[in-house]
Design a protein around this ligand. Structure first.
Ligand code: URA
Length: 183
């Protein structure tokens, strides 16, 4: 099976997933989208209302900002891969529980394995803590961390950047650091 087909098959499994109670309240599961050949993969927290309605990742206000940041460093949504820690929307966008994160984690691990990106970008505290263990975004942002031959880059969640102008500037600077790694 080609890697593209492997990823499509995994996404079909995710769309029909009933492993946690979030499947009862979601409209659509949101596996993620982009190229299987992506050099860089972006990981957010969980789908929000727009993502739940469309089944596509980062298509609401946070998504618009993330898309503009991706374009600013010379990429497009088509040549990166975008997903989140959870593939189903938590009711009222509450923070994912540890049980939900643990249940969903094998999906993310398989996506990373199939795509095998040069850098995995962790957007915000939930993504950072889920993959690397607890740390403050304000201290960790703009830095790389390598585990098991996999390179992670830590930055803010776009929703935080939309709320705080200072965070927006720091996130922009972080993306320039990321760009240097990808040339
Ligand atoms: N926020 C996320 O973390 N993921 C999405 O897909 C949308 C908003």
């Amino acid at each position: 099976m080609t890697r593209k087909k492997q990823l499509e098959a995994l996404h079909d499994v995710i769309r029909n997933c009933t492993l946690c109670p979030l499947h009862k309240t979601r409209i659509n599961a949101v596996p993620g989208e982009g190229s299987v050949d992506s050099e860089v993969m972006f990981i957010g927290e969980a789908p929000g209302a727009s993502e739940d309605e469309t089944g596509r990742p980062f298509v609401g206000r946070s998504g618009e900002f993330l898309t503009s940041m991706i374009q600013e460093i010379g990429f497009s949504r088509d040549n990166v891969f975008i997903t989140s820690i959870l593939k189903s929307r938590p009711p009222r966008n509450r923070t994912p529980t540890q049980a939900e994160i643990n249940t969903c984690r094998p999906y993310l691990e398989q996506q990373i394995e199939i795509i095998n990106p040069k850098v995995v970008v962790l957007l915000g505290g939930v993504a950072i803590t889920s993959l690397l263990g607890p740390r403050k975004v304000s201290e960790a942002h703009g830095q790389f961390h390598e585990i098991d031959d996999r390179k992670y880059f830590m930055t803010y969640h776009p929703a935080a950047a939309l709320r705080f102008p200072k965070v927006k500037n720091r996130m922009r600077e972080d993306f320039q650091v990321l760009k240097q790694e990808l040339v």
